[in-house]
Design a protein around this ligand. Structure first.
Ligand code: BES
Ligand code: MN
Ligand code: ZN
Length: 516
């Protein structure tokens, strides 16, 4: 849980001269009553079974329009349905009210975050300058207010910065999050927190959206380190010589097929006075483009493989959030970064690589490159003193078959740790579901010639990938999030445009505030 104290928002832009992908307006907190909120567009979540009188005075302020719309079924509060009507009461300071329907289901932070994003996207499309969002729902009001600030901020992401023919999108509105709460300091701190977490999620989306030709491993390392260092994280970028000295044969093996040299991005957050342990170790997959290598992928949809560094971006942007929110514990982050290309010096099926941990790997399929670079990444996080590990990776197509596009796969070697990661992810709006790692699956990656193979056949593909990673956790509590399905939205939803999602940023950041 986050402490109830003040934090101040801070934005960051480093796009090599490009217009920033997430325009920053502002999000502030105000205490009701709603009648006193001076705004152009007052968004109010509306739950499906509510009568017109559910929000005191609102129906009357619209001259009874809300009551009429509900009675005639013009407005049924279906999920994300919007009903906009003028405020006619001169004693109210809002010009228009927009009810946004909840649909059936739970009315907690998860739904409220989505309603805020949907409302935010709508307000932005209407070129609204000043908008407000009323916090409603079940749960602690600070948690709801944080979710609203996150959701509104997520609506500010824009992925079209390379379009030259289209006018720039409207600047997002300046937001007021309205709470009717007496504990002002705690809720405004929650709003500030939500703002930071939303901004850091958007930075990760910006990185994932960046094409492979601009975001090479070197450029990825530069940007990832800069955005974390800007917030006070110590960063270091290891080049190919340092990587070789460390013996990271798996990462070097994958990098061989590319003319672009690999990098390892290292982050350290060491707040003064923090206890020596625990040390949270975050490891993210940083493949800036995955062609599959010699086991080359089919052309269809290969362009999406520019997002194969989403896990690494999540780690970098979570490190930024951890620093901005002043997390009390030590955290180390490790992001191995490389392209996976089929160059003339590329690794071939049958090749054997030696990991920094000393274990040997027979490469059966060069497209199973994520687990290779993460093996060395996990080893390095341990070497830097991590006591608890979490890795995040767009690792397998198989996890999309198993869980689809809305749930990340969660794997691990320690039930208590898996359970904590799952609960934290849930609260952060990054749904993850536990998958088994029974010892029996180890059989599938047995090699005739080396300590293990890098693939285990078609059956249980996301599990055998995780079994491979488990070899490198060396008994430390370790959890693995397979975000291959959740990192990129292929269909737009009212609360989520097509494109990068920023998944796992908020989960990783929130973990640094937990007790373990
Ligand atoms: N980056 C891919 C996984 C992926 C697939 C992410 C689809 C997003 C969408 C990964 O490196 C990969 O290619 N995995 C292979 C493993 C296989 C060769 C054992 C896969 O899932 O097909
Ligand atoms: Mn691959
Ligand atoms: Zn990959």
């Amino acid at each position: 849980m986050y402490p109830a104290e003040e934090t101040s928002a801070s934005s960051f832009s480093d796009n090599n001269g490009m217009r920033s992908a997430s325009a920053s307006a502002s999000v502030v907190c105000a205490t009701g009553p709603l009648a006193a909120i001076d705004t152009d567009f007052l968004i109010v979540p509306w739950f499906s079974d509510e009568t017109a009188q559910a929000v005191a005075g609102l129906d009357a302020a619209t001259g009874g329009e809300i009551g009429r719309a509900i009675a005639s079924k013009e407005f049924q509060a279906k999920a994300f349905e919007l009903f906009v009507t003028p405020v006619t009461d001169r004693d109210w300071r809002a010009r228009r009210v927009a009810l946004i329907g909840s649909g059936p289901g739970e009315r907690g932070p998860e739904l409220i975050r989505k309603l805020a994003t949907a409302g935010g996207l709508n307000a932005r499309n209407r070129h609204v300058a000043r908008a407000a969002f009323a916090v409603r729902g079940t749960g602690a009001s600070a948690e709801l207010a944080q979710a609203v600030a996150e959701g509104l901020t997520l609506a500010e992401f824009y992925g079209g910065t390379y379009k030259t023919g289209e006018p720039a999108p409207a600047a997002p509105p300046a937001w007021t999050v309205v709470v009717n709460d007496t504990n002002d300091a705690a809720t405004s701190a929650a709003v500030a927190r939500g703002r930071i977490l939303g901004e850091c999620s958007n930075l990760a989306r910006e990185l994932a959206n960046e094409p492979g030709n601009t975001l090479t491993p070197r450029e990825f390392a530069r940007r990832a380190a800069a955005l974390a260092a800007d917030a006070g994280v110590s960063t270091e970028i290891l080049d190919e010589n340092e990587i070789e000295k460390l013996g990271m044969g798996l990462l070097l093996g994958v990098a061989r097929g590319s003319v672009e040299p690999p990098r390892v991005i290292v982050f350290r957050w060491e707040p003064p006075g923090a206890p020596a342990a625990p040390v949270l170790g975050l490891v993210g997959k940083g493949i800036t483009f995955d062609t599959g290598g010699i086991s080359i992928k089919p052309a269809d949809r290969m362009e999406l493989m520019k997002d194969d560094m989403s896990g690494g971006a999540a780690v970098a942007c979570a490190m930024r959030a951890i620093a901005l929110l002043n997390a009390p514990m030590r955290v180390v982050g490790v992001v191995p970064a490389t392209e996976n290309m089929p160059g003339g010096r590329a690794i071939k099926p049958g090749d054997i690589l030696k990991s920094a941990a000393g274990k040997t790997v027979e490469v059966i399929n060069t497209d199973a490159e994520g687990r290779l670079i993460l093996g060395d990444g996990l080893w390095y996080a341990r070497k830097l003193g991590a006591t608890h590990l979490v890795d995040v990776a767009t690792l397998t197509g198989a996890v999309v078959v198993a869980l689809g596009k809305v749930t990340s796969g969660l794997f691990g070697n320690d039930d208590a740790w898996i359970d904590l990661v799952r609960r934290v992810a849930d609260r952060a709006g990054d749904r993850a579901w536990p998958m088994p790692l029974f010892d029996d699956y180890r059989e599938q990656i047995k090699s005739e010639i080396a300590d293990m193979m890098n693939t285990g056949g078609r059956a249980a593909g996301s599990i055998t990938a995780a079994m491979f990673l488990k070899e490198f956790a060396d008994g430390l509590p370790w959890a693995h999030l397979d975000i291959a399905g959740t990192a990129w939205a292929e269909e737009s939803k009212p609360y989520q445009p097509k494109g990068p999602s920023g998944v796992a940023v908020r989960t990783l950041a929130a973990l640094a505030f937990e007790k373990f």
